[in-house]
Design a protein around this ligand. Structure first.
Ligand code: SAM
Ligand code: SF4
Length: 377
């Protein structure tokens, strides 16, 4: 029996551009702070070679979204971004209404650069603002200040074809509920329709992990979440995923495809892919080091999702969506629900962690999402 259907699984493209000006002490993304002469051009060539070699994963699908992430994509020259986008366009690899997102650090947002990208088809910007508060930005050791953040938003607002999203972080050392309230108020006063709001996580292998930090207490974090929710709701923003808020249905199509268990092809150092075939789902990771990827762009470490891990892999994604996924949508996308998955779903419903209509956490199930997801382990 064919369990899966690649042709019915929407496909997104992720392109990892790894360079950063400096290493932020909280970040555990695959980044590189030492770009060598000519390396940018070599990486772009390697990405194009990798794209050519990926036909077996793409089949006859077109990309519904493209996401340039990092690292700091905005450190890459626009003419090099153009090489990638031209190849995608000339080979008719993009759906007509393809969402093309690009991550910026506030310091690199200039009108020339943003206009260049917009002329190439980029239609969504994600800006790593983190906070508008000088003390919070200092705690995070960011290389930009509040003025840079506001200036970046001003510039991007002048390019009408680009929809904007910003990233904010809360739960930072010395940050108070009041300072987060100010951040949210500034955000809501801008003409922006999407917010990614992350709680600071102290990841192993980061500089912060080795320090003793005075992170706000759990009660303060809860107060921050409550204040943010109330202010955002009042301004017409609704949470649609654990860290994502949108108004006027301006959801991130790219990220929704991840959470709806769509496929994605990842190009660039350390990029992840998920690819569906008729009988299996594979997750793959490219070589992480920039120079290794350039030498061998198609080399991956790969892991097939076994029938044992399928249930939790699926639940971990679908349940991040606040409104879950209806059975109709699951049928439309030909998402396979195993017997064991259906049984666990019943357990979750009986324990009031899951709702009956579709794959959706109840309010309490969403509050304790890890426990809810673990039903499927
Ligand atoms: C890949 S980063 C890239 C964005 C861009 N380089 C920047 O820093 O502005 C995407 C986002 O992840 C979030 N992030 C990274 N590390 C985090 C952490 N340890 N805790 C919470 N959020 C984090 C930040 O909000 C950041 O903007
Ligand atoms: S947070 Fe952004 S700028 Fe800082 S190191 Fe990570 S990817 Fe680079």
């Amino acid at each position: 029996m064919k369990k899966f259907s690649s042709k019915d699984t929407p496909l997104s493209l992720y392109i990892h551009l790894p360079w950063c000006e400096k290493q932020c002490p909280y970040c555990d993304f695959n980044i590189d702070t030492n770009k060598r002469d000519g390396e940018e051009e070599s990486l772009v060539e390697a990405i194009l070679t990798d794209l050519d070699a990926s036909k077996k994963y793409i089949l006859d699908r077109k990309f519904i979204s493209v996401y340039f992430g990092g690292g700091t994509p905005s450190l890459v020259k626009s003419k090099n971004i153009e090489k990638i986008l031209l190849k995608l366009l000339n080979n008719q690899m993009l759906e007509n209404d393809c969402e093309i997102s690009f991550e910026f650090n506030p310091k690199e947002v200039s009108l020339d650069y943003v206009t260049d990208l917009s002329n190439m088809g980029v239609n969504r910007a994600s800006i790593g603002i983190q906070s508008f508060d000088e003390d919070t930005l200092k705690s995070l050791e960011r290389n930009h200040n509040a003025h840079d953040a506001l200036k970046a938003l001003d510039i991007i607002a002048g390019v009408s074809s680009i929809k904007t999203s910003i990233d904010l972080i809360y739960g930072v050392m010395n940050q108070t509920p009041l300072s987060l309230e100010k951040d949210i108020n500034i955000f809501c006063s801008q003409n922006i329709s999407h917010l990614s709001m992350y709680q600071l996580t102290i990841e192993p292998n980061t500089i912060f992990y080795k320090k003793e930090l005075k992170i706000p207490k759990d009660t303060e974090i809860e107060a921050m979440e409550l204040i943010a929710t109330n202010l955002l709701n009042k301004s017409g923003f609704y949470q649609y995923e654990v860290s994502s808020w949108a108004k006027d249905h301006s959801f991130s199509r790219h990220n929704i495809n991840y959470w709806m268990y769509g496929d994605f092809l990842g190009l660039g150092p350390g990029a992840h892919s998920k690819i569906t075939t008729e009988n299996s789902i594979k997750r793959m990771i490219k070589l992480k080091k920039v120079s290794s990827y350039i030498k061998n762009p198609s080399k991956v470490s790969e892991q097939e999702i076994s029938s044992n891990s399928y249930d939790i892999d699926l639940a971990m994604n679908l349940l991040r969506l606040k409104n879950g996924v209806s059975f109709d949508e699951l049928r439309k996308r030909k998402i396979y629900l195993s017997e064991t998955f259906r049984k666990k779903l019943q357990d979750g419903i009986e324990n009031n962690l899951l709702e009956k209509n579709g794959i959706k956490a109840t309010d309490i199930g969403y509050k304790f999402l890890n426990d809810t997801v673990n039903i499927f382990s």
